[in-house]
Design a protein around this ligand. Structure first.
Ligand SMILES: *Cc1c(COP(=O)(O)O)cnc(C)c1O
Length: 395
């Protein structure tokens, strides 16, 4: 093996990728961010109204409006806004009846919030492998794994290896690309493990024509500053179940029982409500969501064309039968050693083009190192070969 030739090939590929990115991105001296928010509509107006009227916090019309408009966009019956996506997931797990000491199946390849929310519910993440096709949970591998370890009993499904109950499975739609929901729902039904969708990244993404977040018993969204639309910080719980929605509202608002002047609380709740000022921002952002989605799709088309010409790199495209929001555009490298990825990260960031890898796998982090898991080779390969490239709606 010639290391000199390898080095030359790496340098040439880095140059080709940078050239490809440049041809799709604006010509600017400033750093091109991975994903920065766009405020081009009524954001100033709605936020100013909150300040002018004093309704900045826990009461005000924008929270209700944001919830109604979100539910209508997604097609959900109910929507409860929350202070962020992690808090929304925490509540979704509790509402799915995840109990202290349960295991919850989550992808090994995900953002830390998915795993942290399981810990908040006093449960234990059980890590599952990713699919090369969707970047989400691999249903074939998950099914085979559960056949091996799971025992369906009348009072729940038990992991035979640990003796613990498997309380839920969380499906995450990576970078806005829908997971294989039909197959995963079938597994959820067969093994009697409730399915929750972490749809934090997938507002505006559809699986077989239906919006993501419509498949699980509960689903959650995030409106963090780097998401497709933002409320500064924020999240939401989606469900079609009126009782679950009512409890979600109750426990995210300190479990306060309505009374004209008394502070009455009937259980331990959480201060997880979304402030009115954040919801105001969200209402303005929602008005522009279709525009953002159209622009993001146009950018992904440019990337797709440009990178079709390169051999060692593929542009990750939406899975079959899906319409993705292309929240984060991603290149997948043929080299899965991680060496080329490191070179590309260094080269692009040095050139003022912000790129990032996917996340470190959950099982590599100290707090989740001992979690139960299936073999996760595909997730390992993906973590070493995914390069996220600039995706802001302003591009
Ligand atoms: C953004 C995100 C969340 C929620 O994050 P918050 O910052 O708490 O809103 C959850 N899961 C995934 C996969 C995410 O990308």
């Amino acid at each position: 093996m010639s290391t000199v030739a390898d080095k030359q090939a790496t340098t040439a590929l880095c140059e080709a990728v940078i050239q490809g990115l440049r041809s799709c991105l604006p010509d600017t001296k400033e750093q091109v961010q991975l994903h920065s928010p766009s405020f081009e509509g009524n954001e100033w107006k709605y936020v100013k109204e909150c300040l002018d009227t004093g309704w900045v916090s826990s009461v005000g019309k924008y929270v209700d409006r944001f919830e109604k408009e979100l539910a209508s966009f997604v097609g959900s019956k109910f929507c409860v806004a929350a202070v962020n996506g992690t808090a929304a997931l925490h509540i979704a797990l509790l509402l799915a009846d995840v109990k202290s000491g349960d295991e919850v199946i989550i992808p090994d390849l995900t953002f830390i919030a998915t795993a942290n929310s399981v810990t908040y519910a006093n449960a234990i993440p059980h890590l599952a492998d990713a699919s090369q096709k969707t970047l989400g949970l691999d249903p074939k591998k998950l099914s085979a794994w559960l056949e091996e370890i799971a025992e369906v009993k009348s009072d729940g499904t038990i992991n035979r290896k640990t003796g613990r109950r498997i309380g839920a499975m969380v499906v995450m739609h990576t970078f806005g690309h829908p997971s294989e929901l039909d197959e995963l729902l079938e597994i959820s039904n067969r093994f009697k493990i409730p399915l929750i969708e972490d749809a934090a990244e997938s507002i505006g993404s559809y699986y077989k024509g239906v919006h993501t977040g419509r498949f699980g018993r509960l689903a959650t969204l995030s409106f963090n500053g780097n998401k497709t639309i933002t409320t500064g910080g924020g999240g939401a719980i989606l469900t079609d179940d009126a009782d679950l929605a009512r409890v979600a509202k109750h426990i995210t608002t300190t479990a306060k029982v309505p009374h004209q002047w008394k502070f009455k609380h009937d259980r331990t709740g959480f201060n997880y409500r979304l402030p009115n000022i954040n919801a105001a921002l969200g209402c303005a952002q929602l008005e522009q969501l279709e525009t953002f989605l159209t622009r993001k799709r146009a950018l992904s088309e440019r990337y797709k064309k440009i990178f079709a010409g390169l051999n060692d790199v593929t542009f990750f495209e939406e899975p079959a039968n899906c319409k993705s929001n292309y929240w984060l555009n991603a290149l997948v490298l043929k080299d899965t050693s991680g060496t080329l990825l490191e070179e590309l990260l260094a080269a692009t960031n040095a050139q003022g083009i912000q790129t990032r890898p996917a996340w470190d796998l959950m099982h590599t982090l100290p707090m989740f190192a001992d979690c139960p898991k299936m073999p996760t080779e595909t997730a390992e390969k993906l973590a070493a070969s995914i390069l996220c490239i600039p995706s802001s709606p302003s591009l």
